[in-house]
Design a protein around this ligand. Sequence first.
Ligand code: GDG
Length: 463
Amino acid sequence: MSRLVAVSNRVADPRNAAAGGLAVALGETLNATGGLWFGWSGRVVETAQGGTPGEGELHLQHAGDVTLATVDLSREDHDAYYLGYSNGVLWPVFHYRVDLADFDAGHLNVYRRVNQLFARKLAPLLRPDDMIWIHDYHLIPLAAELRAMGCGQRIGFFLHIPLPPPPILTTIPQHEWLMRALFAYDLIGFQSQADLEHFARYAQSEAGAEPMGDHRYRAFHRTVRAQAFPIGIDVDEFVSLGKGHEAQETYEMMMAQYARRRLLLGVDRMDYSKGLPERLKAFQALLAQYPENRSSATLIQIAAPSRESVDAYADLRRQLEGMSGAINGEYGELDWMPIRYIHRTTSRRRLPGLCRAARVALVTPLRDGMNLVAKEYIAAQDPDDPGVLVLSRFAGAAEQLKEALLVNPYDIQGTAQAIQQALHMPLAERQSRHQKLLENIRAQDVHWWSREYLRSLAESDQG
Ligand code: GDG
Protein backbone atom coordinates (compact mmCIF):
# COMPACT_ATOMS: atom_id res chain seq x y z
CA MET A 1 0.00 0.00 0.00
CA SER A 2 1.31 3.49 -0.83
CA ARG A 3 2.25 5.79 2.00
CA LEU A 4 -0.62 8.12 2.92
CA VAL A 5 0.16 11.81 3.13
CA ALA A 6 -2.73 13.70 4.72
CA VAL A 7 -2.92 17.48 4.54
CA SER A 8 -5.36 19.65 6.48
CA ASN A 9 -5.35 23.11 7.98
CA ARG A 10 -4.88 21.67 11.47
CA VAL A 11 -2.98 18.52 12.38
CA ALA A 12 -3.65 16.25 15.35
CA ASP A 13 -1.90 13.35 17.01
CA PRO A 14 -3.75 10.32 15.60
CA ARG A 15 -3.03 8.34 18.79
CA ASN A 16 -5.35 10.67 20.65
CA ALA A 17 -8.93 9.50 19.94
CA ALA A 18 -10.33 12.66 21.51
CA ALA A 19 -8.52 14.67 18.82
CA GLY A 20 -11.63 14.29 16.69
CA GLY A 21 -13.13 12.57 13.69
CA LEU A 22 -10.43 13.25 11.14
CA ALA A 23 -7.68 11.93 13.45
CA VAL A 24 -9.64 8.70 13.89
CA ALA A 25 -10.45 8.43 10.18
CA LEU A 26 -6.92 9.03 8.97
CA GLY A 27 -5.10 7.49 11.93
CA GLU A 28 -5.61 3.90 10.82
CA THR A 29 -4.14 4.33 7.33
CA LEU A 30 -1.48 6.80 8.48
CA ASN A 31 -0.30 4.24 11.04
CA ALA A 32 -0.48 1.30 8.67
CA THR A 33 1.58 3.08 5.99
CA GLY A 34 4.00 5.02 8.24
CA GLY A 35 2.30 8.12 6.91
CA LEU A 36 2.84 11.85 7.06
CA TRP A 37 0.31 14.47 8.23
CA PHE A 38 1.04 18.01 7.12
CA GLY A 39 -0.61 21.32 8.03
CA TRP A 40 -0.47 24.60 9.93
CA SER A 41 1.10 24.31 13.39
CA GLY A 42 -1.59 26.50 14.97
CA ARG A 43 1.18 28.99 15.83
CA VAL A 44 1.11 32.58 14.66
CA VAL A 45 4.49 34.28 14.61
CA GLU A 46 4.48 38.05 15.07
CA THR A 47 6.69 39.89 12.61
CA ALA A 48 8.53 43.04 13.61
CA GLN A 49 6.68 46.23 12.75
CA GLY A 50 7.27 47.10 9.12
CA GLY A 51 8.92 43.70 8.62
CA THR A 52 7.92 41.34 5.83
CA PRO A 53 5.88 38.25 6.60
CA GLY A 54 8.27 35.45 7.56
CA GLU A 55 8.66 32.17 5.73
CA GLY A 56 7.02 29.65 8.07
CA GLU A 57 9.31 27.33 9.98
CA LEU A 58 8.77 23.59 9.46
CA HIS A 59 8.42 21.40 12.58
CA LEU A 60 8.76 17.63 12.38
CA GLN A 61 7.40 15.46 15.17
CA HIS A 62 6.86 11.72 15.50
CA ALA A 63 3.62 10.25 16.79
CA GLY A 64 4.34 6.52 16.78
CA ASP A 65 4.94 5.55 13.15
CA VAL A 66 3.32 8.73 11.86
CA THR A 67 5.24 11.91 11.12
CA LEU A 68 3.54 15.22 11.88
CA ALA A 69 4.91 18.09 9.79
CA THR A 70 3.65 21.57 10.59
CA VAL A 71 4.41 25.11 9.49
CA ASP A 72 4.03 28.37 11.45
CA LEU A 73 2.29 31.33 9.86
CA SER A 74 2.99 35.02 10.25
CA ARG A 75 0.22 37.19 11.70
CA GLU A 76 -0.44 38.79 8.28
CA ASP A 77 -0.62 35.44 6.50
CA HIS A 78 -2.84 33.88 9.13
CA ASP A 79 -5.27 36.78 9.22
CA ALA A 80 -5.72 37.01 5.45
CA TYR A 81 -5.53 33.27 4.59
CA TYR A 82 -7.50 31.87 7.52
CA LEU A 83 -9.80 34.66 8.69
CA GLY A 84 -9.97 36.74 5.52
CA TYR A 85 -10.33 34.34 2.60
CA SER A 86 -11.09 30.89 4.08
CA ASN A 87 -13.57 32.06 6.70
CA GLY A 88 -14.52 35.44 5.25
CA VAL A 89 -15.24 34.34 1.67
CA LEU A 90 -15.27 30.57 1.17
CA TRP A 91 -17.09 29.59 4.37
CA PRO A 92 -20.01 32.05 3.95
CA VAL A 93 -20.45 31.61 0.18
CA PHE A 94 -20.20 27.81 0.35
CA HIS A 95 -22.90 27.99 3.05
CA TYR A 96 -25.08 30.13 0.72
CA ARG A 97 -24.42 33.33 2.73
CA VAL A 98 -23.18 35.65 -0.02
CA ASP A 99 -24.41 38.56 2.13
CA LEU A 100 -21.71 37.82 4.72
CA ALA A 101 -18.79 37.52 2.29
CA ASP A 102 -16.03 40.14 2.17
CA PHE A 103 -14.48 39.86 -1.30
CA ASP A 104 -11.18 41.60 -0.59
CA ALA A 105 -8.70 40.86 -3.39
CA GLY A 106 -5.79 41.19 -0.93
CA HIS A 107 -7.08 38.22 1.04
CA LEU A 108 -7.15 36.06 -2.07
CA ASN A 109 -3.50 36.86 -2.81
CA VAL A 110 -2.47 35.75 0.66
CA TYR A 111 -4.66 32.62 0.46
CA ARG A 112 -2.75 31.74 -2.66
CA ARG A 113 0.60 32.66 -1.12
CA VAL A 114 0.00 30.44 1.92
CA ASN A 115 -0.99 27.53 -0.32
CA GLN A 116 2.25 28.12 -2.26
CA LEU A 117 4.20 28.16 1.00
CA PHE A 118 2.60 24.84 2.04
CA ALA A 119 3.45 23.35 -1.38
CA ARG A 120 7.09 24.47 -1.06
CA LYS A 121 7.37 22.95 2.42
CA LEU A 122 5.54 19.74 1.57
CA ALA A 123 7.09 18.89 -1.82
CA PRO A 124 10.57 17.97 -0.49
CA LEU A 125 8.96 15.57 2.01
CA LEU A 126 7.12 13.60 -0.69
CA ARG A 127 8.08 10.23 -2.20
CA PRO A 128 7.19 9.27 -5.78
CA ASP A 129 4.55 6.66 -4.91
CA ASP A 130 2.84 8.57 -2.07
CA MET A 131 -0.93 8.97 -2.09
CA ILE A 132 -1.84 12.50 -1.01
CA TRP A 133 -5.21 13.37 0.56
CA ILE A 134 -5.90 17.10 1.02
CA HIS A 135 -8.78 18.30 3.19
CA ASP A 136 -11.15 21.20 3.02
CA TYR A 137 -11.67 24.70 1.74
CA HIS A 138 -8.49 26.23 3.18
CA LEU A 139 -6.41 24.19 0.75
CA ILE A 140 -8.31 24.08 -2.57
CA PRO A 141 -5.33 25.33 -4.71
CA LEU A 142 -2.70 23.16 -2.99
CA ALA A 143 -2.69 20.39 -5.62
CA ALA A 144 -2.32 22.95 -8.43
CA GLU A 145 0.68 24.43 -6.62
CA LEU A 146 2.20 20.98 -6.09
CA ARG A 147 1.65 20.10 -9.77
CA ALA A 148 3.38 23.34 -10.77
CA MET A 149 6.39 22.10 -8.80
CA GLY A 150 6.37 18.84 -10.74
CA CYS A 151 4.50 16.55 -8.30
CA GLY A 152 2.92 13.71 -10.28
CA GLN A 153 1.58 11.68 -7.34
CA ARG A 154 -2.09 10.79 -6.95
CA ILE A 155 -3.72 13.69 -5.14
CA GLY A 156 -7.27 13.64 -3.75
CA PHE A 157 -9.36 16.38 -2.17
CA PHE A 158 -12.31 16.17 0.22
CA LEU A 159 -14.60 19.12 0.81
CA HIS A 160 -16.08 18.95 4.33
CA ILE A 161 -18.51 21.82 3.73
CA PRO A 162 -21.29 22.13 1.10
CA LEU A 163 -20.69 23.16 -2.49
CA PRO A 164 -23.42 25.61 -3.56
CA PRO A 165 -25.05 25.59 -7.01
CA PRO A 166 -23.52 27.69 -9.84
CA PRO A 167 -25.60 30.89 -9.34
CA ILE A 168 -24.15 31.18 -5.83
CA LEU A 169 -20.65 29.86 -6.52
CA THR A 170 -20.19 32.32 -9.38
CA THR A 171 -20.63 35.29 -7.02
CA ILE A 172 -17.00 34.69 -5.95
CA PRO A 173 -15.01 37.02 -8.20
CA GLN A 174 -12.28 34.39 -8.68
CA HIS A 175 -14.55 31.34 -8.96
CA GLU A 176 -12.98 30.28 -12.24
CA TRP A 177 -9.49 30.20 -10.78
CA LEU A 178 -10.77 28.32 -7.73
CA MET A 179 -12.69 25.70 -9.70
CA ARG A 180 -9.91 25.28 -12.23
CA ALA A 181 -7.64 24.44 -9.25
CA LEU A 182 -9.95 21.53 -8.42
CA PHE A 183 -9.10 19.95 -11.76
CA ALA A 184 -5.50 19.47 -10.55
CA TYR A 185 -6.78 16.66 -8.29
CA ASP A 186 -7.35 13.07 -9.35
CA LEU A 187 -10.38 12.61 -7.07
CA ILE A 188 -12.72 15.17 -5.51
CA GLY A 189 -14.94 13.95 -2.68
CA PHE A 190 -18.12 15.70 -1.57
CA GLN A 191 -20.35 15.08 1.43
CA SER A 192 -23.61 14.63 -0.47
CA GLN A 193 -25.16 13.87 -3.84
CA ALA A 194 -26.53 17.42 -3.88
CA ASP A 195 -23.00 18.87 -3.63
CA LEU A 196 -21.76 16.51 -6.34
CA GLU A 197 -24.61 17.58 -8.61
CA HIS A 198 -23.67 21.24 -8.06
CA PHE A 199 -20.10 20.45 -9.06
CA ALA A 200 -21.26 18.62 -12.20
CA ARG A 201 -23.50 21.54 -13.16
CA TYR A 202 -20.71 24.05 -12.64
CA ALA A 203 -18.17 21.94 -14.53
CA GLN A 204 -20.49 21.62 -17.52
CA SER A 205 -21.95 25.11 -17.66
CA GLU A 206 -18.94 27.22 -16.63
CA ALA A 207 -15.95 25.08 -17.64
CA GLY A 208 -17.42 23.24 -20.60
CA ALA A 209 -16.44 19.95 -18.98
CA GLU A 210 -17.53 16.77 -20.68
CA PRO A 211 -18.90 14.03 -18.42
CA MET A 212 -16.91 10.92 -19.39
CA GLY A 213 -18.79 8.28 -17.39
CA ASP A 214 -17.54 6.48 -14.28
CA HIS A 215 -17.80 9.75 -12.29
CA ARG A 216 -15.17 11.44 -14.48
CA TYR A 217 -15.14 14.96 -15.94
CA ARG A 218 -12.64 16.43 -18.36
CA ALA A 219 -11.76 20.15 -18.50
CA PHE A 220 -8.64 22.33 -18.51
CA HIS A 221 -6.73 19.41 -20.14
CA ARG A 222 -7.19 17.23 -17.09
CA THR A 223 -9.60 14.48 -16.07
CA VAL A 224 -10.93 14.44 -12.53
CA ARG A 225 -13.13 11.92 -10.78
CA ALA A 226 -15.84 13.37 -8.50
CA GLN A 227 -17.96 11.35 -6.07
CA ALA A 228 -19.96 11.71 -2.85
CA PHE A 229 -18.53 10.09 0.28
CA PRO A 230 -20.73 11.05 3.26
CA ILE A 231 -18.48 11.25 6.32
CA GLY A 232 -19.48 9.21 9.36
CA ILE A 233 -18.49 8.91 13.01
CA ASP A 234 -16.68 6.18 14.91
CA VAL A 235 -19.86 4.66 16.33
CA ASP A 236 -18.09 2.15 18.59
CA GLU A 237 -15.84 4.83 20.03
CA PHE A 238 -18.82 7.06 20.86
CA VAL A 239 -20.75 4.13 22.38
CA SER A 240 -17.81 3.18 24.56
CA LEU A 241 -17.30 6.83 25.56
CA GLY A 242 -20.93 6.66 26.71
CA LYS A 243 -20.05 3.84 29.11
CA GLY A 244 -17.33 5.91 30.73
CA HIS A 245 -17.59 7.47 34.16
CA GLU A 246 -18.13 11.08 33.05
CA ALA A 247 -20.84 10.22 30.54
CA GLN A 248 -22.69 8.07 33.11
CA GLU A 249 -22.42 10.77 35.75
CA THR A 250 -23.73 13.38 33.31
CA TYR A 251 -26.61 11.11 32.29
CA GLU A 252 -27.62 10.47 35.90
CA MET A 253 -27.38 14.14 36.84
CA MET A 254 -29.59 15.10 33.90
CA MET A 255 -32.13 12.35 34.58
CA ALA A 256 -32.36 13.36 38.24
CA GLN A 257 -32.99 16.99 37.29
CA TYR A 258 -35.36 16.27 34.43
CA ALA A 259 -37.23 13.22 35.80
CA ARG A 260 -40.54 15.04 35.47
CA ARG A 261 -39.52 17.21 32.57
CA ARG A 262 -38.52 16.85 28.94
CA LEU A 263 -35.02 17.67 27.85
CA LEU A 264 -34.20 18.95 24.37
CA LEU A 265 -30.60 19.34 23.27
CA GLY A 266 -28.60 21.33 20.73
CA VAL A 267 -24.78 21.00 20.48
CA ASP A 268 -23.04 23.15 17.90
CA ARG A 269 -20.07 25.31 17.24
CA MET A 270 -21.31 28.88 17.49
CA ASP A 271 -21.70 29.47 13.77
CA TYR A 272 -24.28 31.27 11.64
CA SER A 273 -24.61 28.17 9.44
CA LYS A 274 -26.06 26.20 12.35
CA GLY A 275 -29.42 28.02 12.42
CA LEU A 276 -29.29 28.85 16.13
CA PRO A 277 -31.54 31.96 16.16
CA GLU A 278 -34.14 30.10 14.05
CA ARG A 279 -33.93 27.17 16.48
CA LEU A 280 -34.59 29.40 19.48
CA LYS A 281 -37.52 30.97 17.63
CA ALA A 282 -38.96 27.51 16.89
CA PHE A 283 -38.61 26.57 20.56
CA GLN A 284 -40.32 29.82 21.52
CA ALA A 285 -43.13 29.01 19.05
CA LEU A 286 -43.47 25.58 20.67
CA LEU A 287 -44.04 27.21 24.06
CA ALA A 288 -46.48 29.71 22.59
CA GLN A 289 -48.50 27.22 20.52
CA TYR A 290 -48.45 24.19 22.82
CA PRO A 291 -48.72 25.58 26.37
CA GLU A 292 -48.49 22.08 27.92
CA ASN A 293 -44.73 22.36 27.31
CA ARG A 294 -44.40 25.36 29.62
CA SER A 295 -42.85 24.44 32.97
CA SER A 296 -41.86 21.18 31.32
CA ALA A 297 -39.69 21.33 28.19
CA THR A 298 -36.15 22.64 28.61
CA LEU A 299 -33.71 23.27 25.78
CA ILE A 300 -30.03 22.94 26.62
CA GLN A 301 -28.13 24.71 23.86
CA ILE A 302 -24.37 24.36 23.87
CA ALA A 303 -22.76 26.84 21.51
CA ALA A 304 -19.04 26.16 21.61
CA PRO A 305 -16.96 29.32 20.95
CA SER A 306 -15.60 29.51 17.41
CA ARG A 307 -13.80 32.07 15.16
CA GLU A 308 -14.54 34.88 17.59
CA SER A 309 -12.39 37.39 15.76
CA VAL A 310 -14.69 37.28 12.71
CA ASP A 311 -17.38 40.00 13.05
CA ALA A 312 -20.34 37.86 11.98
CA TYR A 313 -19.59 35.47 14.86
CA ALA A 314 -19.51 38.22 17.48
CA ASP A 315 -22.85 39.54 16.15
CA LEU A 316 -24.37 36.07 16.39
CA ARG A 317 -23.23 35.73 19.98
CA ARG A 318 -24.95 38.97 20.95
CA GLN A 319 -28.11 37.91 19.12
CA LEU A 320 -28.28 34.55 20.91
CA GLU A 321 -27.65 36.10 24.31
CA GLY A 322 -30.46 38.58 23.69
CA MET A 323 -32.89 35.94 22.43
CA SER A 324 -32.32 33.39 25.18
CA GLY A 325 -32.63 36.12 27.83
CA ALA A 326 -35.88 37.36 26.29
CA ILE A 327 -37.43 33.86 26.05
CA ASN A 328 -36.40 33.00 29.61
CA GLY A 329 -37.79 36.33 30.81
CA GLU A 330 -41.10 35.75 29.08
CA TYR A 331 -41.72 32.11 30.00
CA GLY A 332 -39.43 31.31 32.94
CA GLU A 333 -40.84 30.29 36.33
CA LEU A 334 -39.26 30.34 39.78
CA ASP A 335 -38.44 26.65 39.39
CA TRP A 336 -38.05 26.35 35.60
CA MET A 337 -36.15 28.09 32.82
CA PRO A 338 -36.99 27.17 29.24
CA ILE A 339 -33.48 27.69 27.83
CA ARG A 340 -30.10 26.81 29.27
CA TYR A 341 -27.71 28.51 26.94
CA ILE A 342 -24.04 27.62 27.40
CA HIS A 343 -21.39 29.52 25.45
CA ARG A 344 -18.53 27.21 26.42
CA THR A 345 -17.06 23.98 25.17
CA THR A 346 -18.33 20.89 26.96
CA SER A 347 -15.99 17.97 27.62
CA ARG A 348 -16.30 15.36 24.87
CA ARG A 349 -16.48 12.67 27.54
CA ARG A 350 -19.76 14.17 28.82
CA LEU A 351 -21.47 14.48 25.43
CA PRO A 352 -22.79 10.89 25.10
CA GLY A 353 -24.43 11.15 28.54
CA LEU A 354 -26.03 14.44 27.65
CA CYS A 355 -27.27 13.05 24.32
CA ARG A 356 -28.72 9.96 25.98
CA ALA A 357 -30.62 12.04 28.53
CA ALA A 358 -32.22 14.24 25.86
CA ARG A 359 -35.61 13.13 24.58
CA VAL A 360 -35.17 15.27 21.47
CA ALA A 361 -32.11 16.57 19.62
CA LEU A 362 -32.44 19.72 17.54
CA VAL A 363 -29.97 19.62 14.67
CA THR A 364 -31.33 22.37 12.47
CA PRO A 365 -28.55 24.05 10.46
CA LEU A 366 -29.48 26.39 7.61
CA ARG A 367 -26.69 24.61 5.67
CA ASP A 368 -24.21 21.98 6.74
CA GLY A 369 -21.80 19.77 4.83
CA MET A 370 -22.77 16.74 6.90
CA ASN A 371 -23.31 17.40 10.66
CA LEU A 372 -21.75 14.82 12.93
CA VAL A 373 -23.77 15.79 16.00
CA ALA A 374 -26.85 14.20 14.36
CA LYS A 375 -24.94 10.91 14.11
CA GLU A 376 -23.48 11.17 17.62
CA TYR A 377 -26.96 11.67 19.04
CA ILE A 378 -28.21 8.47 17.38
CA ALA A 379 -25.17 6.49 18.56
CA ALA A 380 -25.71 7.62 22.18
CA GLN A 381 -29.36 6.53 22.50
CA ASP A 382 -30.70 3.62 24.53
CA PRO A 383 -32.21 1.41 21.79
CA ASP A 384 -35.01 0.37 24.18
CA ASP A 385 -36.04 3.95 24.90
CA PRO A 386 -34.47 6.16 22.24
CA GLY A 387 -34.92 9.87 21.74
CA VAL A 388 -35.97 11.56 18.51
CA LEU A 389 -33.77 13.46 16.07
CA VAL A 390 -35.23 16.62 14.53
CA LEU A 391 -32.96 17.26 11.54
CA SER A 392 -32.71 20.04 8.99
CA ARG A 393 -33.29 18.97 5.42
CA PHE A 394 -30.35 21.26 4.56
CA ALA A 395 -27.76 19.20 6.45
CA GLY A 396 -25.83 16.72 4.28
CA ALA A 397 -26.84 14.10 6.87
CA ALA A 398 -30.48 14.39 5.73
CA GLU A 399 -29.67 12.41 2.57
CA GLN A 400 -28.86 9.42 4.75
CA LEU A 401 -30.96 9.89 7.90
CA LYS A 402 -34.41 9.68 6.35
CA GLU A 403 -36.05 8.32 9.52
CA ALA A 404 -35.30 11.51 11.45
CA LEU A 405 -38.04 14.16 11.54
CA LEU A 406 -36.84 16.33 8.67
CA VAL A 407 -37.62 20.04 8.90
CA ASN A 408 -37.09 23.26 7.01
CA PRO A 409 -35.36 25.41 9.66
CA TYR A 410 -36.59 28.63 8.03
CA ASP A 411 -40.16 27.43 8.67
CA ILE A 412 -40.46 28.32 12.36
CA GLN A 413 -44.03 27.04 12.80
CA GLY A 414 -43.28 23.82 10.91
CA THR A 415 -40.21 23.19 13.08
CA ALA A 416 -42.24 23.84 16.25
CA GLN A 417 -44.80 21.26 15.09
CA ALA A 418 -42.05 18.71 14.41
CA ILE A 419 -40.63 19.29 17.92
CA GLN A 420 -44.10 18.72 19.36
CA GLN A 421 -44.42 15.52 17.33
CA ALA A 422 -40.99 14.40 18.56
CA LEU A 423 -41.92 15.07 22.21
CA HIS A 424 -45.05 12.94 21.89
CA MET A 425 -43.83 10.16 19.61
CA PRO A 426 -44.95 6.72 20.81
CA LEU A 427 -42.25 4.30 21.99
CA ALA A 428 -42.72 1.79 19.15
CA GLU A 429 -42.23 4.49 16.52
CA ARG A 430 -39.18 5.89 18.30
CA GLN A 431 -37.67 2.42 18.43
CA SER A 432 -38.25 1.58 14.80
CA ARG A 433 -36.94 4.94 13.55
CA HIS A 434 -33.89 4.69 15.80
CA GLN A 435 -33.09 1.15 14.70
CA LYS A 436 -32.95 2.18 11.04
CA LEU A 437 -30.92 5.29 11.81
CA LEU A 438 -28.43 3.28 13.85
CA GLU A 439 -28.06 0.70 11.07
CA ASN A 440 -27.34 3.52 8.68
CA ILE A 441 -24.65 5.25 10.76
CA ARG A 442 -23.03 1.88 11.52
CA ALA A 443 -22.94 0.84 7.86
CA GLN A 444 -21.41 4.14 6.77
CA ASP A 445 -19.17 5.00 9.69
CA VAL A 446 -15.94 6.95 9.56
CA HIS A 447 -13.85 3.85 8.80
CA TRP A 448 -16.10 3.06 5.82
CA TRP A 449 -15.67 6.68 4.68
CA SER A 450 -11.86 6.70 4.63
CA ARG A 451 -11.69 3.17 3.17
CA GLU A 452 -14.07 4.03 0.32
CA TYR A 453 -12.35 7.32 -0.41
CA LEU A 454 -8.84 5.87 -0.47
CA ARG A 455 -9.97 2.92 -2.58
CA SER A 456 -11.46 5.29 -5.13
CA LEU A 457 -8.33 7.47 -5.10
CA ALA A 458 -6.14 4.41 -5.64
CA GLU A 459 -8.32 3.39 -8.60
CA SER A 460 -8.65 6.80 -10.25
CA ASP A 461 -6.73 7.26 -13.51
CA GLN A 462 -4.12 9.94 -13.16
CA GLY A 463 -4.55 13.13 -15.17
C1 GDG B 1 -17.39 20.51 9.56
C2 GDG B 1 -18.62 20.70 8.66
C3 GDG B 1 -19.02 18.23 8.77
C4 GDG B 1 -19.46 20.55 19.22
N1 GDG B 1 -19.56 21.26 20.37
C5 GDG B 1 -18.76 20.67 21.25
C6 GDG B 1 -18.15 19.58 20.62
N2 GDG B 1 -18.60 19.54 19.39
C7 GDG B 1 -18.22 18.49 18.44
C8 GDG B 1 -19.40 17.66 18.02
C9 GDG B 1 -18.94 17.13 16.66
C10 GDG B 1 -18.08 18.26 16.15
O1 GDG B 1 -17.70 19.06 17.26
C11 GDG B 1 -18.85 19.17 15.20
O2 GDG B 1 -18.98 18.53 13.98
P1 GDG B 1 -20.10 18.97 12.95
O3 GDG B 1 -20.10 17.99 11.87
O4 GDG B 1 -21.40 19.03 13.66
O5 GDG B 1 -19.76 20.45 12.47
P2 GDG B 1 -18.46 21.36 12.03
O6 GDG B 1 -17.59 21.64 13.18
O7 GDG B 1 -19.04 22.55 11.38
O8 GDG B 1 -17.66 20.45 10.97
C12 GDG B 1 -19.65 19.62 8.95
C13 GDG B 1 -17.72 18.13 9.54
O9 GDG B 1 -16.83 19.20 9.23
C14 GDG B 1 -17.00 16.81 9.22
O10 GDG B 1 -16.76 16.66 7.86
O11 GDG B 1 -19.93 17.26 9.25
O12 GDG B 1 -20.76 19.75 8.07
O13 GDG B 1 -19.19 21.99 8.85
O14 GDG B 1 -18.15 15.98 16.81
O15 GDG B 1 -19.66 16.67 18.99
N3 GDG B 1 -17.28 18.78 21.23
C15 GDG B 1 -16.98 19.07 22.52
N4 GDG B 1 -17.54 20.11 23.19
C16 GDG B 1 -18.43 20.93 22.60
O16 GDG B 1 -18.91 21.88 23.22
N5 GDG B 1 -16.10 18.28 23.16
